[in-house]
Structure formats: structure tokens, C-alpha cells
Design a protein around this ligand. Structure first.
Ligand code: ATP
Ligand code: MG
Length: 267
């Protein structure tokens, strides 16, 4: 038996856009069941990393192995995003991507149906499906809304949801595909302190009750430090530090990445 059981194994990933190197020789592992946080200043490459892990971007160099369970591994690079999602990788986006004219329930149902044979387009076009599948996805959507405490918003249009509820809806939709790992790109951005607390609690429940590994990008350090089991710090596309919340807080390289520019300007 190996000492580690990585769900993601990223090796030497480099991603360039013309002259810009968004990720520079990035290697990291996320262990199965882990809540791993990715932090770093604006433009550090955090979202680019998520885009590589979900098949949206194709890095020029390196390898990304996803292991939905201990005995299976798939290579992510070159795999289309919908196939990566089907393999067990789900995500939310830094900026909200809801169907505003649909209800909370309908938005979740689209996520649930993304994993079914007929697919979301078929569902929207009402292509013939078994009643069984329809009943299943309705039930599953209600369960997910209950899990994220949005049952009272079932028939509310996504457009008119308060911000914190919107963020929860995005998470419910991402859970619809029954992922093994959930990637959250700044889930608490724009939320108020009580919404932040509720989100932190939800993320912990997804991890402990559903057994889903969590990869989290977040700028709110209080939230990061309360959730993360381990952190990786990106700066200018490269990993500058890795460790427990305590280790990271005390790491001079990290302090400099966040504050150093101001200090350098003074010197
Ligand atoms: N599609 C793209 N085309 C060109 N450059 C890109 C593209 N995507 C990302 N980049 C560049 O890659 C770098 C990293 O961007 P990225 O969005 O990954 O940063 P980030 O760490 O998520 O920042 P933030 O905290 O502001 O969200 C930036 O210089 C950005 O301009
Ligand atoms: Mg980003």
C-alpha cells in the first residue's frame, strides 16, 4: 500500500498564452478526502490551474492525473471539459454562471441531468426519456436543494436570489454530477460575514458528509485558515510555498508575495 492516495497528481504543468506564462512548472498533489486551498495574489494563476484541471485549458507541458478511486486513473490533458466532469471533477466559477431566467430548482436540475444519458439539452427539449429518469432527477434536485438549505427558494428565479444563496445554488448545481472532487473558485467572493460563515459550514459538510475532496481558491484568509487542511501558494504562475495553515502564515516568502511589493517600493 502506498503512503499517499492522490486524487489529483499534477506534474510539471506549464501553461502559456503567447508571451505570458500563466503556470510555470507547477507540481502538486491533492490527497483523497483533503480540503486543499490554493491562494495567491491576483493574476497568480489560480483560475488557470482550475481551467487546466477541468480540461478547459490545455497546458503545453506536464501531466495531470485524476484518480476517481484508488484503482482508476485518467489523464486530464486533452480530455474535453464535459468528459472531465463525467469522470468526477466538478467546479464552480469565479463569476456566477447561472441561468437567470430559470428557477433555483431548474438550475440544479440542469446540473443533475448533465450526468444522465439524455443530458441537459435533451431535458430542455423534452426529448423522450423514461419517467424513471425524470423522477430520479427531480428527487435528486430536491435533495441537493435541501442539502444546501435552499428548499425555501425552490421556485425563486435565480436572478432574484440574494448573493449568498446564489453562491449556494452554484454549489448545489456542481454537486449534481456526483463529483469525487469539487473545485470552488472564490465561492465566498462578494458575500457578507454571515453568508461566509454559512458557506464555510457547507463546504465542511460537503467534505465530511458526502466524502468529496475539495480544492478551494479563496482570498478571504480567515475562511481559508478555518477550512484548509493544507495550502499551496501560487505567485507569478509558480508554487512558492506549501504547507499547513500555520506553516503558511509564518512563511516569509508568502508574506512577501502579499506585502512585498509595497515594501520594495519603499526601499
Ligand atoms: N485565456 C487567457 N488568455 C490570455 N491570458 C490568460 C488567459 N487566462 C489567463 N491568462 C493570464 O494568466 C495569468 C493568470 O490568470 P488567472 O486568471 O489564472 O489568475 P488568478 O490567480 O485566478 O487571479 P485572480 O485572483 O485575479 O482571479 C494572468 O496574467 C492572466 O492574464
Ligand atoms: Mg481567478
Amino acid at each position: 500500500m502506498s503512503a499517499t492516495d492522490p486524487i489529483f497528481d499534477v506534474k510539471n504543468v506549464t501553461l502559456r498564452f503567447g508571451g505570458v506564462t500563466s503556470l510555470n512548472d507547477v507540481s502538486l498533489q491533492q490527497q483523497r478526502g483533503e480540503i486543499l486551498c490554493v491562494i495567491g495574489p491576483n493574476g497568480a494563476g489560480k483560475t488557470s490551474l482550475f481551467n487546466c484541471l477541468t480540461g478547459v485549458y490545455r497546458p503545453q507541458e506536464g501531466s495531470i492525473t485524476f484518480s476517481p478511486d484508488e484503482s482508476h486513473s485518467v489523464s486530464i490533458i486533452g480530455r474535453a471539459p464535459h468528459r472531465v466532469a463525467r469522470a468526477g471533477v466538478s467546479r464552480t466559477f469565479q463569476t456566477s454562471r447561472m441561468f437567470n431566467a430559470l428557477t433555483t430548482f431548474e438550475n440544479v436540475k440542469i446540473g443533475v441531468e448533465a450526468r444522465q444519458k439524455t443530458g441537459p439539452i435533451g431535458a430542455m427539449l423534452r426529448l423522450p426519456r423514461t419517467r424513471h429518469e425524470e423522477r430520479d432527477s427531480d428527487q435528486r434536485s430536491h435533495e441537493l436543494l435541501e442539502f444546501v438549505s435552499l428548499t425555501h427558494r425552490t421556485n425563486t428565479l435565480a436572478d432574484s436570489l440574494p448573493y449568498g444563496d446564489r453562491r449556494r445554488l452554484e454549489i448545489a448545481r456542481a454537486l449534481g454530477t456526483n463529483p469525487k472532487v469539487l473545485l470552488l473558485d472564490e465561492p465566498a467572493a462578494g458575500t457578507n460575514p454571515s453568508e461566509k460563515l454559512a458557506l464555510a459550514e457547507l463546504i465542511l459538510r460537503i467534505n465530511s458528509e458526502l466524502g468529496i475532496s475539495i480544492l478551494l481558491i479563496e482570498h478571504d484568509m480567515k475562511l481559508v485558515m478555518s477550512l484548509a487542511q493544507r495550502l499551496v501558494v501560487l505567485n507569478f504562475g509558480g508554487i512558492i510555498a506549501e504547507g499547513t495553515p500555520m506553516e503558511i502564515q509564518e512563511n516569509p516568502k508568502v508574506v512577501e508575495a502579499y506585502l512585498g511589493t509595497a515594501e520594495k517600493a519603499e526601499n
